[in-house]
Design a protein around this ligand. Structure first.
Ligand SMILES: [Zn+2]
Length: 187
């Protein structure tokens, strides 16, 4: 342990070894050490054995369990990348620079083999914040019913698609499917 609770740390500073605590908000693991991903004060939860950084800057606006809205920027087999635009329920846009990802294990309650069937680039999604490892490394989930795609972008013509009888239909004639939220079409 390099520091004690409430110490001020800078991004990249070593907090402790990976064996000592479980990394939580605004921390990341590198070469066996847990490091701070933002400037702030160290918070230790002895009961849950977690270590996190409580930031004095903007990031405390984004918390674990928040619902966020963003758009899909890249889809890999196991991970969909999301640029976060706003926190749901808060009446303002987020400062840019928040990026998250949806891992395949947290995309849907059912077993799926590839995220390519659930998300497409340009889709707008609503997701729940599971963990925050840094401003560009936010762990998101869309396995809740009211999370997932709320606006699907047509792969043919880049227009947003309408939901008709459980299917996504575009005015160009394309019919498609996604990991659709129960809030489809709304914000
Ligand atoms: Zn279309």
């Amino acid at each position: 342990m390099n520091h004690k609770e409430n110490d001020l740390v800078l991004p990249g500073e070593i907090l402790c070894t990976y064996e000592e605590y479980i990394p939580s908000s605004w921390t990341y693991v590198e070469e066996g050490f847990i490091k701070a991903s933002i400037n702030g004060r160290i918070q230790i939860n002895k009961k849950e054995k977690t270590i996190s950084v409580s930031s004095i800057n903007a990031p405390d606006s984004l918390k674990i369990d928040d619902y966020v809205v963003g758009h899909i920027t890249e889809v890999k087999q196991n991970k969909a990348l999301v640029t976060i635009k706003m926190i749901k329920g808060k009446n303002r846009d987020l400062i840019t620079g928040y990026k998250g990802y949806i891992h395949i294990s947290k995309a849907n309650e059912d077993y799926i083999s590839s995220l390519h069937d659930l998300f497409k680039i340009g889709d707008i999604v609503e997701a729940k914040v599971i963990n925050i490892y840094g401003p560009e490394y936010i762990d998101l989930s869309t396995s809740q019913k009211d999370t997932g795609v709320i606006k699907a972008m047509c792969v043919n013509c880049r227009k947003f698609m309408k939901l008709v009888d459980g299917k996504l239909v575009c005015e160009c004639g394309k019919v498609d499917s996604r990991n659709i939220s129960s809030n489809y079409g709304g914000f």
